[in-house]
Write a protein that binds this ligand. Structure first.
Ligand code: FAD
Ligand code: UDP
Length: 387
């Protein structure tokens, strides 16, 4: 039998203002805001043996800083998000670049003018040249609904098949025609030679890594952090006024309406006895006969100087930790049923990628968590005024 959390010697339960489930961006930011801005006493738990959620990084046995759950590259257009996180970290400027292996060549993805020239032996010199070329290949779709429509409409079927169809089928276990347009719409098509993966105004990595940033965020005597603890095992033992939940929403409600689909990945981390393995941070492998989707090399992201290098292969999987909500109409409809339950559950706040079933990047989760905190504060103020 597990002892009550934070139990004083008498055996009486410790009292918390908030129990927060999940120590990723969503849970950790709520813990930090509630403790630092309202003086609340927090118990923050995570079932994994560490804080940081999917953004967790650590030094491996060879001294290389790697990301346990695959490469996490920070980028945002939000000053608010940058200002908030900058309280807890310095930054190392980093612009991510990705090459895709297609027809035996490594070419830039997002598709740009360089990609077209390399792949088709062309000499497109200007943006207009590339735009005309793409227009000649594009197959306009009147009503763009799916992830296939987005790409075929922009670049035509051949480039769609070479860069997107195989990759997407592997990554999601679904054809792009079965996925919402928002998935492949994450990847633009360019007529210039900009080969950066993102064009956000702010692109940088936390200088000492994500875990160090989370440690500073949670360094407050009002926040008690317990890792390796599953909410399902302790929910009866904790005395807390309010719950903030950032785990999977369907699990919270004991899968009452059935399981919400999530896509998982297996990560194969390898340290190689070479200084550098590949020319850029990530190389994508869209071909259907290659079982993984991409290989990432951390030294590009971190700027670490070392005689060896660590890379990660990503193998998509139906089984395993829930990493990606799967954007398609029927899943959204199921989520909405859980969301209605959540709205009707007093005393619990649902926040984060799994609890709100949204394919969000880190900066979007930071924005969502800060907005959630503001809403909680407003609600508390209204309650005080009403009393
Ligand atoms: P999470 O980080 O998933 O945290 C939720 C936490 O809750 C987990 O640690 C989990 O263990 C815990 N939990 C769940 N249930 C329970 C329970 N019952 N009891 C206790 N604890 C529980 N975003 C970017 O901006 N750039 C990128 O390059 C990028 N790359 C990514 C690559 C991969 C492979 C993946 C999967 C995601 C990537 N993301 C990236 C997205 C990013 O990981 C998320 O936006 C962010 O981590 C979400 O934070 P969160 O707090 O909502 O969820
Ligand atoms: N995608 C693709 N080929 C690529 C890169 C991306 O088909 O070379 C599609 C694929 O469906 C992928 C989606 O675009 O899941 C979004 O890509 P992103 O790199 O943003 O995925 P994430 O980093 O979130 O896994």
């Amino acid at each position: 039998m597990t002892a009550p959390f934070g139990a004083p010697p008498s055996g009486a339960k410790a009292h918390y203002d908030y129990l927060i489930v999940g120590a990723g961006f969503a849970g950790s930011i709520l813990a930090e805001r509630l403790a630092s801005q309202t003086g609340a006493r927090i118990l923050l738990i995570d079932r994994r043996p560490h804080i940081g959620g999917n953004a967790y990084d650590e030094l491996n046995a060879d001294g290389i800083l790697y990301h346990k759950y695959g490469p996490h590259i920070f980028h945002t257009n939000s000053d608010q998000v940058v200002d908030y996180l900058s309280q807890f970290t310095e930054w190392r400027p980093y612009e991510h670049r990705v090459l895709a292996v297609v027809r035996g060549q490594q070419v830039p993805i997002p598709i740009n003018r360089t990609t077209l020239n390399a792949l088709f032996g062309l000499d497109l010199k200007t943006d207009d040249d590339a735009a005309d070329y793409l227009a000649s290949r594009a197959e306009p779709v009147d009503d763009i609904q799916t992830s296939e429509d987005v790409v075929v409409n922009a670049v035509g079927r051949e480039l769609y098949e070479l860069f997107f169809q195989g990759y997407t089928r592997k990554q999601w276990g679904l054809d792009p025609s079965e996925l919402d347009k928002s998935v492949t719409a994450r990847i633009p098509t360019r007529t210039n030679t900009d080969d950066r993966y993102f064009t956000d105004t702010f692109q940088a990595m936390p200088r000492d890594g994500y875990t160090a940033m989370f440690k500073r965020m949670l360094d407050n005597p009002l926040i008690e952090v317990r890792t390796g603890v599953d909410y399902r095992d302790i929910r009866e033992q904790v005395d807390a006024d309010h719950l903030v939940y950032s785990g999977p929403i369907d699990e919270y409600f004991d899968f009452r309406f059935g399981k919400l689909p999530y896509r998982s990945l297996k990560f194969d981390h390898q340290t190689l006895d070479e200084v550098s393995h590949q020319p850029v941070g990530t190389v994508n492998y869209p071909a259907p006969d290659v079982p993984y989707t991409r290989i990432s090399e951390y030294k590009h992201l971190t700027g670490q100087d070392a005689p060896v290098t660590t890379i990660t292969y990503e193998y998509p999987s139906a089984e395993g930790d829930p990493y990606y909500p799967i954007p398609r109409a029927e899943n959204q409809a199921l989520f909405k049923r859980y969301e209605a339950l959540a709205d009707a559950t007093p005393g619990v706040t649902f926040v984060g990628r799994l609890a709100t079933y949204r394919y969000y990047n880190m900066d979007q989760i930071v924005g969502q968590a800060l907005a959630t905190f503001r809403r909680m504060q407003e609600k508390a103020e209204t309650a005080v005024e009403a009393a």
